[in-house]
Design a protein around this ligand. Sequence first.
Ligand SMILES: Cc1cc2nc3c(=O)[nH]c(=O)nc-3n(C[C@H](O)[C@H](O)[C@H](O)COP(=O)(O)O)c2cc1C
Length: 183
Amino acid sequence: MKMLLSIGGASGSIYGIRILEELKKAGMEVHLTISTGAKKIITYETNFEFEKLKNIADYYYENDDLFSGPASGSFYLDGMIVSPCSMKTLSAIANGYSDTLTSRVASCCLKEKRKLILVIRETPIDIPGIKNMLSASESGAVILPAMPGFYHKPKKIDDLVDFIVGKTLDQFKINNSLYSKWK
Ligand SMILES: Cc1cc2nc3c(=O)[nH]c(=O)nc-3n(C[C@H](O)[C@H](O)[C@H](O)COP(=O)(O)O)c2cc1C
């Protein structure tokens, strides 16, 4: 499968980093973009270096590169994940405002009826955010809030992160045992 992963500038860049690692482990072809804000947040919140992350992916694009392949609907992708997704990028996607590679690829996914997962992270959520979630969902996106469950009895932060990573991979039917499923 050919996927585009966008790591956005919400808190929780670890969600995007772990998804990148797991997509590669599962043998996916990963096209990666990282927003300007996310580059700084990755450094602030994690021990990962942006330059090293670029090398894990098969292809990397700057988020303002609207001339790149994935910016066109004719560039085939099986789907796209924005993780974490800021309220700003959710708004751009919900309203078809394609000013970044992330929002443009998301718009292509919606028009081509391809899977689009938005791992939003914000709390509490204002009315524009709630309306944008509804609007993006009505357009075909899956709103997958970075909101872990606790029924798998998490012991450490990694368990909480992996719950969201597993739920994200489940959307593409990628087999994983990142969290224990309810039996
Ligand atoms: C440390 C830090 C944490 C942030 N966390 C969030 C967040 O959790 N959710 C959110 O919507 N915005 C958050 N923001 C604000 C976004 O980074 C900002 O709105 C930015 O314009 C998002 O753009 P992007 O989606 O293109 O990265 C945060 C900013 C900083 C500096």
